[in-house]
Ligand binder design. Structure first.
Ligand code: THU
Length: 128
């Protein structure tokens, strides 16, 4: 499934709207029920309104009724590949710490569990 996910991450990356940074990002998120949701970064002339690829994929998933996830693949054209940024780690953490996070570049890949990228996280359970 990781290979299919990686292919989807690369495919959606090509659709990124990144005229300001020119840094295209694609994300493919695997739900526990087998469905795959994808997102790309969508930049805005008002830079702060940019939407990250990972968050786009999460929004697509939740709007389709999926809130349990097992893996996300994030594709960028840099080596070593970039891990999801902090804000996206927090958004992903909402749905659990055990998510497998794959970052892939043209020639290399890295893999973590989300809890490694965001230890001691503030999550739903923190609210009691
Ligand atoms: N970006 C993402 O989409 N995800 C990340 O985890 C890191 C950054 C996007 C935001 C912006 O459009 C561009 O990459 C440069 O920061």
């Amino acid at each position: 499934m990781a290979d299919e996910l990686e292919a989807k991450a690369w495919a959606v990356r090509a659709l990124a709207h990144a005229p300001y940074s020119r840094f295209r990002v694609g994300a493919a998120l695997l739900a526990a029920d087998g469905r795959v949701f994808s997102g790309c970064n969508v930049e805005n002339a008002s830079y702060g309104l940019t939407i990250c690829a990972e968050r786009g994929a999460v929004v697509q998933a939740v709007a389709a009724g999926a809130t349990k996830f097992t893996r996300i693949v994030v594709a960028t054209d840099i080596d070593p590949p970039a891990a999801p940024r902090g804000a996206c780690r927090q958004v992903l953490r909402e749905f659990g710490p055990d998510l497998v996070v794959d970052s892939v570049g043209p020639h290399s890949r890295k893999q973590w569990r989300l809890w490694e990228l965001l230890p001691e996280a503030f999550g739903p359970e923190s609210l009691g």
